[in-house]
Design a protein around this ligand. Structure first.
Ligand SMILES: CC(C)(COP(=O)(O)OP(=O)(O)OC[C@H]1O[C@@H](n2cnc3c(N)ncnc32)[C@H](O)[C@@H]1OP(=O)(O)O)[C@@H](O)C(=O)NCCC(=O)NCCS
Length: 191
């Protein structure tokens, strides 16, 4: 128990412990607040504890966010009911983001290399998630650690996003695959 606590402090720093306690207790209370008051208080609270956040952060009730100090969001970000976000591996979102109900955005995972050590005992894995500008995640979308979602993308309801999504794509399914393009992107010279 103490070993895990020290490892956590070593990895995340002392400040993160306080932010984690805040988000568990104050965030846990605020997520139950209904109506416009709930939207206002959650907006103010998460703008204070996120690594950075632009104006017009809208967080609906029952959204559960952990490791907020590793999450950066732009302007006009809306996160709908029942969504879970784990920022441990780092999460960056741009401006104008719509996150539908019951999405899971998790920048961590369990180690699975060994079959003799239980997965719960193996080192936790981390992978930064990057979401561009003007992105819509439909209801029940899962975004795996390490994934980058380009500008202008739509992730269809129920998608499981396991690999990078190029800009202006509509992706859907399990695992998420290209459904259509919203516009053609000219290849940038030198890339
Ligand atoms: C992705 C989405 C925007 C596409 O809408 P659309 O442009 O009207 O697309 P269509 O219904 O014409 O479907 C186009 C293709 O995508 C497929 N598709 C649509 N939604 C899909 C989904 N959720 N998962 C997998 N495939 C899907 C269709 O089967 C169709 O495939 P086909 O061409 O082989 O027949 C829409 O289906 C969607 O998921 N919206 C999210 C709604 C939502 O979650 N709302 C609440 C949160 S705000």
């Amino acid at each position: 128990m103490f070993k895990e606590l020290f490892a956590f402090i070593k990895r995340n720093g002392v400040k993160s412990i306080f932010i984690h306690i805040f988000e568990l207790y104050i965030g846990g209370f605020l997520k139950l607040l209904p109506g416009i008051g709930g939207l206002i208080f959650r907006g103010i609270f998460y703008r204070m504890i996120f690594a950075s956040a632009g104006k017009k952060l809208i967080i609906y009730p029952n959204v559960y966010i952990v490791f907020s100090h590793k999450i950066s969001v732009g302007r006009r970000v809306a996160i709908n009911v029942g969504t879970y976000i784990d920022g441990r591996g780092g999460i960056t979102m741009g401006d104008n983001i719509l996150i539908g109900p019951n999405c899971v955005i998790s920048s961590t995972g369990h180690g699975t290399e060994s079959t003799t050590v239980p997965m719960s005992e193996q080192a936790v894995q981390y992978g930064k998630i990057t979401i561009g500008n003007d992105v819509w995640l439909g209801a029940n979308v899962f975004v795996r650690m390490g994934v980058t979602i380009g500008d202008g993308c739509i992730l269809a309801a129920g998608s499981v996003v396991t690999s990078d999504v190029p800009p202006y794509s509509v992706y859907g399914g399990v695992p998420a695959k290209l459904i259509s393009k919203r516009k053609d992107i000219e290849p940038v010279e030198g890339r």
